[in-house]
Design a protein around this ligand. Sequence first.
Ligand code: OXD
Ligand code: MN
Length: 595
Amino acid sequence: MNVEESTLRGSQPNTDNSHVLAWVEEQARLCQPAHIHWCDGSVAEKRAFEEEAVAKGILIRLNAEKFPGCFYHRSNPNDVARVEQSTFICTRNEDDAGPTNNWVSPKLMYARLRELTEGAMRGRTLYVVPYLMGPAGSPMTKVGVELTDSIYVVLSMRIMARMGKVAWDHLGDSDDFSRGLHCLLDVHPDRRFICHFPQDNSIISVGSGYGGNVLLGKKCLALRLGSWLARDEGWMAEHMLLLGVEAPDGRKSFIAAAFPSQCGKTNFAMMVPPARYVGWRIWTVGDDIAWMRPGPDGRLWAINPEAGYFGVAPGTNGRTNPNAMQLIKRDTIFTNVALKPDGTVWWEGHDDPAPSECLDWQGRPWTPASGEKAAHPNSRFTAPMENNPMLAPEVTDPQGVPLEAIIFGGRRATTVPLVFEAFNWSHGVFLGATMGSETTAAATGQVGQVRRDPMAMLPFCGYNMGRYFRHWFDMRKSIPFPPRIFNVNWFRQGADGKFLWPGFGDNMRVLQWILGRCQGRIGANEAALGWVPRWEDFDLTDLPEIDRARFDELQAMNPDEWRREILSHDELFMRLYQHLPKELIFQRELLVARL
Ligand code: OXD
Ligand code: MN
């Protein structure tokens, strides 16, 4: 079957929203597709798309017995990660985008994109993908419509968001939706632009097929446009996982945590506590994005706007994330992992030993002697959240979940202790704003360099970061009972270069301390960095490798390292100086004085 023969190639509009109809017509006139398909999100439609994608070689069907409903996809080798250098925030004033974003004026960027997209879908199908970010019926939920010429994007969007009729129903005849246009073009880095127009609530992404650049509901809408909308509307759009901790007595506490890409958000959100935590359970609300707003009770409430997981495959296994290993056995699209001869998949860090032969992420024959990685370090699984055995039932609650704690954490080999607590909200905002982390493969560029990544939002804040900090401080005024704020670092290394902390399920011990603090059950020592755990309060039962000396090493605060750390904050602070809230300078001074 080719494009021309596809039974799906054309369909009638399935909404009578005049704003949508007019906009789709305008975009179709620009891109000149051969067909327009209006997606309804049904299972029959999904099946037909899968057939078509397989027939065109875009997807490979995996072993139906071992991986029912699962597919395999390879992206263009030049297109395997987010491209921060090609991502733009196009506001009328450069200052609104701020120094941490690439900026081009909307006028210029629209003109450049018009040239690129004119006739770009000739002979192809334009899919109209209506979707919701957030649960149906939630006051926080937003509608997006993505126009794309990629069937892989359509199938992925159907996993990552609530797609189809549900979105038209939510929208009614309103004009309030994010307009997104995605064209593959020739998938060439020179013609790759991921552009956001916050003042028009619109996104245009061209030249890429990589999830983070093209599943427009995720980073583009839920974070970049979302953060802009959130500031205007008095809420927060954050790069945070959401989880619920259930105690043996059934009480559930909800926590949000911000970590940069590839620092273990998915694993943390799906954590299985160690055996000694009898009766304790961790429920996943979300693994990447949280939308948070003050509730009528004065607490901060959060929803996960997504409906699926776009998780990093390498390193995922039965020890690091048993729930993920369960949920990716069905209905999942794997991208850029290795393909085994029996139609199953593999990646570095998988439970199974390396296959004696397979095809690597570029489709080349691979053996363990090849000397290269079989899966790309940023290879991914795209899987529906409903397959998660520990999916929190609250994930569909229109009100969301009330937060007791917010955690910030980066990937730091040195300097930053395992856990400490901020003295108050302002101090917590300072901790988030000065977060540093080593770069990873989630974005193109050098891996392993420490960079400032405030609130893990550096690549995702859709406006001036200085004003974003201001928004964080201001939010306190509308949250009488704010969550407590903590800083963690799972990645500290000893002199031997090995991780000091086991991480994964054992992070439950850190969570336990955090909840004890939130609920007033556990004391702490006041230290220069914040409140720090006392040895006797920290549960290390069944973890003999963490003796007192190791614990002290994990929690150590080395004044020389911190002097350097504080100086390195300056680089970001100077760039943002024009809009930097004075509270951050005061917090810095207080820290220096405490040191
Ligand atoms: C992601 C990312 O894919 O942060 O979630 O890059
Ligand atoms: Mn992310």
